[in-house]
Design a protein around this ligand. Sequence first.
Ligand code: NAG
Ligand code: NAG
Ligand code: NAG
Ligand code: NAG
Length: 401
Amino acid sequence: MPGLLSSPVCLTVIWFLSWSLHPSWAQIRTDEVSGVQYGHLESNVTLACGKSQIRMPVVWHLNHSSALPWHEVTSNGTLVLLQVDHSAQGIYSCYDNRGLLLHSAKLRLGHSPGLLSVSCRVPNHTHVRCSWVNSVRTFLPAQYNASFKGKGAEWRPCVLDVARKRCDVDQPAFWQTMHTLRVTETNALGSITTYHIVKLNKLLKPDPPEALMVKALEGYPKRLNVSWKVPSSWPEEVAFPLVFHIRYRPQGSVYWSEIYSEESPVVVLDALAGHLHQVQIRTRDELDTESQWSEWSPLLLIRPWEAYTTSTDPPEDSEETLSDNVDPFNTKLETSTAKTHNPVIEEEGNLGLVILLVLFSVVILITVPSLIYVVWVRQGRSDPVTKQELTSMVNMKSMPI
Ligand SMILES: *[C@@H]1O[C@H](CO)[C@@H](O)[C@H](O)[C@H]1NC(C)=O
Ligand SMILES: *[C@@H]1O[C@H](CO)[C@@H](O)[C@H](O)[C@H]1NC(C)=O
Ligand SMILES: *[C@@H]1O[C@H](CO)[C@@H](O)[C@H](O)[C@H]1NC(C)=O
Ligand SMILES: *[C@@H]1O[C@H](CO)[C@@H](O)[C@H](O)[C@H]1NC(C)=O
């Protein structure tokens, strides 16, 4: 036997084993900290036990526990996790049969990115903003890359706002009607590029006009003066004229009356005298009839001037917007209930105290006379007591506590 141990073959095997194992231990130290392996959900994921190809029995642990999800271990120690789901994520470590750590890696699972659903807004002739939503939930961090170009032109970057999943292009070549946006999403499991065709003039949609103001005109019960400002995101230059669309109706009516105008203000001549009116405005690029109308501005409420206004209808009511209409009775009711809540509790507390005091005095009223009676009976049986002693005793017992 000693001959066998010292034989050159055995020595070679021992030397080879130690030579091949030591480098892999050294490598673990670095892997342990930063090694992340990514895998596809609902697929088989293969985890190699380090880089050594040596055949040896190994033991795998997940999060320092020997309980593993559904798996197979191949003859070279590779772990194959079958049809993984989210619960298979964690830190996987493999050990040799002496319990030495050979390799450790963190497993993260997810999906490769899918095509994006892109939409773009064009609030003026100098700006395009595109945003997107993911069609696939990947469960993994992603990077984006976006660029934009007109037909036949060079790609130029679309400036990213990754947190809001959108990008911006300034000064697009508006004279070219067709543009392409290209967005690439990349994660640890893959990359995909979505192409989106943009027709700038068809997407051109100003923001709603601002500062809409409607005023009654004194002496004119059927007139309203409507004024507004060009949306602040629209260039003030004469090169981009806007057309404005005003609509109004008596509150409760289903039919709108309409006025188109290029300039503020406009006077409504056919308001219904004595009625509250709703007024709104929107706008569009005047020259490009393919472009879109803005959203409507918030609704304004106004009553035309009346000859005999009653005191129950104060003038400041007339310019309130719908959203500002708060029912004053409701708020008052709430505050008053809040105020009466506590006093009820206090009264209940006081009542309890009163009952306790009454009970206490009843007890005293009953015990004191009976004590006096008992003492008087005892004294009467043994040596008779003087009347003064008895009265002093009564005084003591009935002294207030
Ligand atoms: C996963 O591995 C199992 C067993 O080796 C095999 O039957 C199955 O087809 C594999 N599934 C996929 C998606 O590769
Ligand atoms: C393993 O630990 C990770 C955190 O590092 C945790 O998210 C995962 O759920 C754990 N997995 C199991 C099976 O305990
Ligand atoms: C982003 O796209 C540009 C243009 O296609 C390309 O040159 C660049 O390498 C891309 N960057 C990344 C991180 O994909
Ligand atoms: C065009 O719209 C964008 C986004 O609202 C805005 O930042 C930009 O200042 C506008 N351009 C002009 C010339 O008003």
